[in-house]
Design a protein around this ligand. Structure first.
Ligand code: FMN
Length: 392
């Protein structure tokens, strides 16, 4: 169900930098590291700053300059065990992970983390990755047909005894998962996100996902995707469309000029060969569809320097400007902002300190009731000497 802006606050997530090279394909200095130690501290900074979720990336081999990659599910579990409230969204490709194996992994991770695990099911764009791993590469809409079965199978594993499923790609015969993941009212099973924006992805989002993730978009782009999701959810007989998460690369500085200068420097120092290589690889995604609605179908070179079109969301400016733009997206129906950052420790901490509080004030001012927002620090261990030292 989408969050009701009148009764529920906007949620915040960040991209876990579990691949090397940061979130922009640029030679600009990025004080971001892909190591576990760096990420452990980052996750703790983020949950104290009011972030609800962290999304890890799945990548098996280098692309867009990301030479090294930590595996998504194991990294997510390690971060869950290092945090107290943050939810970790682990990304998985159908075609490389069997849904029953993922269902089992999630059930265990959910028990270990007290119900804080979620998954992002990504249909994939990187043909060479599958080719090098020796797995078949399906054409675009077949990938999504397989994902549709995957999403249905996952829910069956998590919620049914003697589960049955007969699909073209997956079958379940009298299977009972024990233990099941944790569940409670409002959370019948771990949350399912899906990444992908094509017509096929929208169909799957509207029919089978709890959350739909959008690449970076302006207001019109968000509205257009929301309309499609509503129509699909209605077709599927769902009372409401999935919740909507929007990617945006965040550059918050004291002045608008500083923020814009940083964006210019990122783009001027783009790693041209890596961005071009990425542009070639993503021809397998949105550009390969007939209606060209999917991701990267109309991305410029500049857009691709942040490989999820994050500049298009324009979360670039002073804390007030960025907070106001976030509220404008909230009014359109965005339920979650997924942020990427240049210097993760510093920028995530500053976002929690300088931007989220303004968003909360504006929610109240705009009749978007933020009273359900928990105090970001409530319930967390009193002191974290490591973070106090990091902030000093
Ligand atoms: C928020 C978000 C996160 C994604 N994360 C990954 C990822 O970690 N690994 C990956 O291979 N693809 C990822 N994708 C891309 C999807 O696999 C898919 O290829 C892409 O969305 C293109 O789909 P489309 O043709 O339906 O637009 C992600 C997409 C979104 C929107």
């Amino acid at each position: 169900m989408p969050t009701d802006p009148k009764t529920e606050p906007l949620r915040f997530a960040y991209w876990v930098p579990n691949v090397s090279g940061g979130l922009v394909t640029s030679t600009i200095e990025q004080r971001t590291d892909w190591s576990f130690e760096y990420n452990r501290k980052l996750a703790r900074i983020a949950e104290r700053g009011g972030f609800d979720y962290a999304l890890s990336q799945v990548r098996y081999t280098a692309s867009y300059g990301a030479e090294y990659q930590h595996e998504s599910t194991s990294f997510s579990l390690a971060l869950l065990l290092a945090t107290e409230r943050l939810k970790l969204i682990a990304a998985v490709h159908p075609g490389l992970w069997h849904p029953g194996v993922l269902a089992k992994w999630v059930a265990t991770a959910d028990h270990l983390s007290n119900g804080r695990v979620a998954v992002n099911i990504v249909s994939g764009w990187f043909k060479d990755e599958f080719r090098q791993l020796g797995e078949p590469w399906l054409e675009h809409d077949e990938r999504y047909r397989r994902t549709a079965e995957y999403l249905q199978a996952l829910v069956k594993y998590w919620t049914e005894d003697d589960a049955q499923f007969a699909g073209d790609f997956y079958r379940i015969r009298d299977f009972t998962l024990k233990p099941k993941p944790l569940s409670w009212p409002g959370r019948p099973h771990p949350e399912i996100f899906q990444g992908g924006n094509s017509a096929a992805a929208r169909f799957n989002g509207g029919h089978y996902s709890d959350w739909y993730f959008s690449n970076g978009k302006d207001f019109d782009g968000v509205t257009e995707q929301l309309e499609d999701l509503k129509a699909h959810a209605a077709d599927a007989g769902r009372a409401t469309p999935p919740r909507f998460g929007l990617n945006g690369f965040v550059i918050v500085r004291d002045t608008e000029k500083e923020a814009k200068d940083t964006l210019r420097e990122i783009v001027d120092k783009a790693h041209v060969e890596a961005v071009k290589g990425f542009r070639d690889a993503v021809q397998q995604a949105g550009p390969s569809t007939s209606d060209k609605k999917g991701m990267w179908a109309d991305s410029s070179f500049e857009d691709l320097v942040q490989y999820n079109d994050g500049f298009r969301t324009q979360l670039i400016g002073t804390p007030e400007q960025v907070a106001e733009r976030i509220i404008a997206y909230r009014k359109l129906g965005v339920d979650l902002i997924l942020g990427g950052f240049l210097h993760y420790h510093e920028d995530v901490e500053a976002f929690g300190r300088d931007v989220i509080p303004i968003v909360r004030e504006l929610e109240v001012e705009n009749g978007l009731d933020a009273s359900a927002v928990p105090d970001p620090q409530a319930g967390l261990s009193d002191k974290d000497p490591e973070l106090t030292a990091a902030a000093a």
